[in-house]
Ligand binder design. Sequence first.
Ligand SMILES: [Zn+2]
Length: 151
Amino acid sequence: MSELKVEVIPDGTVIDHIPVGKWLKVVEILGLTNPNGGTLLIASNVPSKKLGRKDIVKVEGRYLSEEEVNKIALVAPSATVNIVKDYKIVEKFKVAIPDEIVGILKCPNPNCVSNHEYTKPRFRVESREPLKLRCHYCERTIEWDEILGNL
Ligand SMILES: [Zn+2]
């Protein structure tokens, strides 16, 4: 299974270099757990020169929004996104965590104003390695495992 070769898709998006075990989170972020979400090809625990082992998610017939790419960056900062058209990779880029994360992550502080008023949650990146964010409203910091739980 580890040598599983992933077939090329005709059109869609290939998300490569996902940390092992994080493919499910990526699939959830993209809303691909519903039946109309597009054909999904997953390869987990694939040998990788860069990471040792990695997961790959291929989505047929679907491209990603900027917000989805930013969310993926939070769970898989090492990921690369390949846009495929007509069996060819027409675009390839590395995901990047933006300096400010707006609207995609809930603040874990129950008293935070962003959880009570119609305010989009807003976080500043305080550190990237390891990932640590700070809420713009209540100043609470949020770390990796909490980030995953609040996406
Ligand atoms: Zn907050």
